[in-house]
Write a protein that binds this ligand. Sequence first.
Ligand code: ADP
Ligand code: MG
Length: 209
Amino acid sequence: MNFSQLPLTPEMVKTLDSLGYKETTPIQEEALPFILEGKDVIAEAKTGSGKTAAFGIGLLSKLNVKKFRVQCLVLCPTRELADQVAKELRRIARFKHNIKILMLTGGESFGRQLGSLEHQAHIIVGTPGRVLKHLNKESLDLSNLETLVLDEADRMLDMGFIEEIQSLLAFAPKERQTLLFSATYDDEIKKISKEIQKDAVSIKTTHQE
Ligand code: ADP
Ligand code: MG
């Protein structure tokens, strides 16, 4: 599928074209129509299938740049993965110069993060432990959150982040879009999906190639 067949702004299609993204990957083709409609989606797809752009195009399409509040939170299992996600989001947002994407991961100075948070951000990409710490210290406000993404959800569960994720969700509005991405789809993933999503559309592309 061509990106121009999706309900995207001409500017977004142009940006994707400039990145060399001519056609959707299978996960993007199947998930984006639902994501752009605002539905909760649980998507299983293997590594390298373009999951970041699948949720990135969705959250950037809906973002209100003029509203300088945290509207999206992307949770990742590690600092390295958060860094990759932030870089890909910045690429997709390259023509929207005023979008602020902030990383909040462990292994970095908490004090410096506090300073960055004072200047606000539209999108936070972080690891559950550090994001929760900021919420507990009231340095991060999620009351305007519109979209929550759990990237590599299976790995986050394997790493024992379930309690942090549950605690962190208490700070987020119940009315929100929640997207869950995983390389595997087992009972643990189904359970967390039931807990944190509403009428989630389930998409599986691992059978395709
Ligand atoms: P995943 O998270 O599924 O492992 P990524 O989101 O990291 O995969 O994407 C893998 C690579 O594919 C990245 O280098 C990304 O820039 C590229 N990519 C994503 N979508 C497309 C597309 N539609 N066309 C071409 N390349 C793409
Ligand atoms: Mg990924």
